[in-house]
Every structure is written in C-alpha cells, then in structure tokens.
Design a protein around this ligand. Sequence first.
Ligand code: ZN
Ligand code: ZN
Length: 671
Amino acid sequence: MSRVRCTVDVEGPAQGVGFRPFVHRLAARYELTGSVCNELGRVHIEVEGEEARLASFIAALHSESPVLAKSLSFNVEVNTALHVERDVFRIAASRRSELHGTTVIVPADLATCEACLRELNDVNDRRFSHAFINCTQCGPRASIVLDMPYDRARTAMAPFALCERCQHEYESPDDRRFHAEPVACPSCGPQLRVLDRAGAVQSEVDPVARVTAALCAGDIVALKGIGGFHLICDATNERAVVTLRQRKGRARKPFALMARDLVAATALCTLDDAARAALQSPARPIVLAARRHDARIASQVAPDVATLGVMLPYAPIHHLLFRTLPCDALVVTSGNRSDEPIACDDAEALKQLGGIADLFLTHDREIRLRMEDSVVRSTARGVASVRRSRGYAPLPLRSAFEIATPTLALGGHQKAVFALGHGRSVVLGPHFGDLGDYAAGVAFRGALAHLERVLRFAPQQIVHDLHPDYATTRLALERAAESGVQETVAVQHHHAHLASAMAEHGLSGEVIGVCFDGSGLGDDGTLWGGEFLVGGYAQSTRAAHLRSVALPGGDRAAREPYRVALAYLRECSRSAREAGLEGLVDARALTQVQQLLAVPALCARTSSAGRLFDAVASLAGVVQVASYEAETGMRLEALAATCAPCGSYPFEIAGADTTAQPRVVDTRRLV
Ligand code: ZN
Ligand code: ZN
C-alpha cells in the first residue's frame, strides 16, 4: 500500500458553509491524516493516506460538497515534502497570509435551517426558543463579519465567550455545530431585550411575549433582525397598517409582507415553482408575485397594485413571533424614515424610529454590514433579481470577461450599489437607497470602506455615471483624487444598464438592448430613458429612442404626472379641457405648467419611458401626483390586469425608411 501526501486548495464560496467540518468528516471516513484551514480567499487542505483512499477523498470533495462544486475550483498537488502528522486530521488555525491570484469571498447570511428549527421548537432541547440558534448550515455571516478569514474571533460573536457545552459542540467533529463560528446558546449567546420609545429597558418581561402582545394590540414594533431593523405590524389589522403609513410618512407605496409559512404565502399570492423555490431558499428574498383577489390582508398594505412582496421567516426571532401570533402575515418594512438607511444599532433605531415604533425588540449582537432584504420578481421565465442584498451580497458574481485592472464601479444615484471587480470576480455591495439623503451617503461610504478592507481590495480604476451631479459621481472623483487613482471612466447610464443586463444573463457579443427607464444623462446632454441601443460591453450606439417631450419643472415633473401629460398634450396640439384634465388638477397649477411649457428654453427634454407612463396615467385619471417612484407604472399594470387584451397601441417610427440614426418612435398617437 503506497501512501501519498498532497495539498488541495479550494477557491470559491467555501467559508461559512460548514466546509472544513465536511472535509474533516471525509478525512475520517477515508482514514487520512493532515489538516484543513481557512486562508484568506481559499480553504487549504494538507492530507496523507493510502493512495486509493486519497483518490476517493478527492472525488467525494467534489461530489458531496455542501457548496455547489461547480462554484468551487479545486487545485490538487502531490507534495512528498509535506510534514503531515501521521495520526490525526485536525482543523487548524486560520492563516491570514496574503495570497496571489485568489479572491477573498465573504459568505452570505443564511436562513435558519430545518434542523435548527426542530431544536428551536423542541421543549427538551437546550436551545428551545433560543433566538440566536444557528449551525454550520445556517445563521448570520456577512452581517457579522469584521474581517476574513471567517472565524469567530473576527465576527461580532467574538465578545460572547462560549460556554462549556457550546465549546464542546464546536470542537466535536461529529457534532453539527463543529466549527459553526456564530454558535451560541441561551447561557452564552446574545440576549433579546425590549425597549420603550425612550430607550428604557423593559427588564421584567419575556421579550417575545411582550412583543407578540403588542402586535396583537395593533402596535408597531421595531425589530432588530439580521441586516438591520424592521418596522413590523399585524398585516391583517387595518388600523395598525394605516398608523404605520401615517407615522412613516409613506402614503401609498406598497409594504412587504412576511407570511407565517409557504401555505400562508400561497394564500396571498399566485406562486409558481420558481417563486416557491426562491421563497424557501436560504437567501429568503422578498418575492414579488401576483396578488390573489381573496388575500386576507388590510387594504392599505398595498393599495391599487396587482402584486404583493412576500417573504418567509428567516431569523429564529421571526419563527418565535409566529409561534404565538394569531395572524398569518406581518407587514415587515425597512426600519428607516423615507430615504434614510435602514437603522442597524439601538441608538440609530431610537433616533430614527422613536416617532414610529411603539416598542423596540433588540439584541446585543452587533450588525457590521447593514443590509436590506433582497427582492426578486416572479416572471414567466423564472425569478429575476430586483434588489440584491441580504442573503446574496457580498457573494461575488462571475464576470463574462477578464477585468485586468482592479476596478471600483459606482453606479446610479438612486438604488445605489457599488461593485468591486478584478479577474473574473465581481463583488456587488448591498443595496442602498437614494443617495440624495446625507445619512444614506455616509452609510454607503462606510459599507464600501468596510468591504474594501475585508476583501483587501485597492482599486486602480474607478468607473462612474456620466451624470456629473450624482452623489456616486462626486464620490468617484473624490476617491480618485484622495487615493491617487489615475484612471476614471464615465459610462452612459443606459449603456451601463445594457451591459449589466448582459452580465446577468451571461450574454456576449452584440445585442439589441431596450432600456425603459426613468431618466439618465445621454451622450448628447439630454435626458434619455426610452432607448433602443445596439452594442455590447465596450460600447453601444443609440439606434432609436422614444420621441422626446418637455419636462416642465425638472424633478417635480417626475413626481407630478399631470405636468408631463400637459407636455404631451402640447405636442399633440390638444388642450387640457379636451383631455378632461381640467376637472382632475387644480386650475392654477395647470396654468402655471402651461406658462412654463410656452418657453421651451425653460424645460429640459426627455425620451423617458417612465414619463410616458406618467402622462398616460394622468390622462387616464389614475394618478396626478405620485407618492412613490414607479407608482404610475404599477397602478396601470394593476388596471391592465383587470382588462381583456385589446390589441396594441398605435405609434410611428420616424426615419424607418432611411438609414439615418437614431430613429424616433413617435408616441403621440398612442397618447
Ligand atoms: Zn442550522
Ligand atoms: Zn453556550
């Protein structure tokens, strides 16, 4: 029997998923000795044993991996010079040495697994009702990571010393909490506590019982979860939902829901297999799906729209609340005021949410990376990502091409997300809101600095939007000046949309990209947003666009659809009276906008598809003043769902008979 020694380096998302314990079990099965450890950016295995057994071990590493083996790369090298201990296989201390050619991967947060749920609900288990239960297969990850490699000492769990029993589980190869870094129990883990609006601790009460009683009474609770605080209330209680709207200053924008379980979610929305799979996935995103007519929720949860955003419980505390709550769905919305970032510690929560929540349910485990819930949309072709955050970020995406220069990309000003790309790996940061808000800008910069440090990422090139006034553009230029990065690249907004859609779908070469958007600065200095581009990653040409229209009042025109309706009426030589707008909008407001439109120099022009929807929604008497972004489109979509299909709208393409570019899609007859 010949003995062989070799090293196996595993690159990819192999940390924080129980990979080392898995390697340890395999080594025991095949009677191999050696060690496994986390390094920065990879898992390193040194192993010795009988040749055939070693071959079986390596085959099993691929076939039985707790991570999809295709997302990992295995580099096996026979190395007779290794000093492998002859009698043990152990999990060795992590090494932080800098490595070349590898990318550090921060694991994503994982929803509570079935095995932990069984313990959570077992009165005889020592973790019965423990709000911080987790194992190698579930629990917080990215939200608690201070640094890599992923070890307890470099997470927000470091201050919680393991008790004897937890320590034993952590060190026992046969235990399912063997090297589960955030492991804890009621005697050694974080603790829940209830605060009143003034921040005073309600120490005499059982936190979960106190909060469920408050929810049943129609109160609003600020709940500290995985990526930040949520504001929650009983989704079947009309008064509670209306109160939440009033206090949050959120007139009509739909709220997301958390359903008790899949059965309850199915009673709210029409869910196909892909949507069900997304709902139950470890990332637990909010899934947008068609609302059922008989959905039993308060009317003010999502007024006048055809879809609902639903998710399932993903943290132990969610399961504990539903254990005693009589309702099957909670409103679960980001714990922030309008455009501010989601609150992630008690001080922020009390300051931001003190006027909104009646009660705070919080805990003493720190959140290191603020993350909102992710959102996916159920479509006829499976689920599509809408907002990629908790559960996905900051796991890398694979680029279709090699990114030779370490690149920081800062995109739009609204729904801001940054990207760090090098080689074939692109790490997207969590989603942030509109960076017009100062605190959102501070949080965005903080998250960027955090991930750059953890990933050892030093950009040598910074990419930004063409628009000079975006907060992200200003940040890009500031960063370049501060850090001496020579290379900055401005990218046209819709070319970036086209390229990111190509990347999402793994396309290459040339494509026709239809970008229907609110607005983005075009190459010609006008505002684009209804674009037909032809091109690829490197460049694109504007082949056609919607006919442009005046934008009376700039940003106000995007919030007050009747303004764009008047602009379209002017283009169509029709009056507000003929269109029936006079009865719908204040006469003085109409006159003011018409005066503005009479002076073309005062109005920018836009080819925006969003503004076309606004104009139609206004003329159809649906929305005159929008209370949230995309309200006109969503409400028209809801109305369309109630009608039988009745053909298409008329439009002309100017320039279709010539080779002149760009062609113009004239929508005046449609309007
Ligand atoms: Zn678990
Ligand atoms: Zn313990």
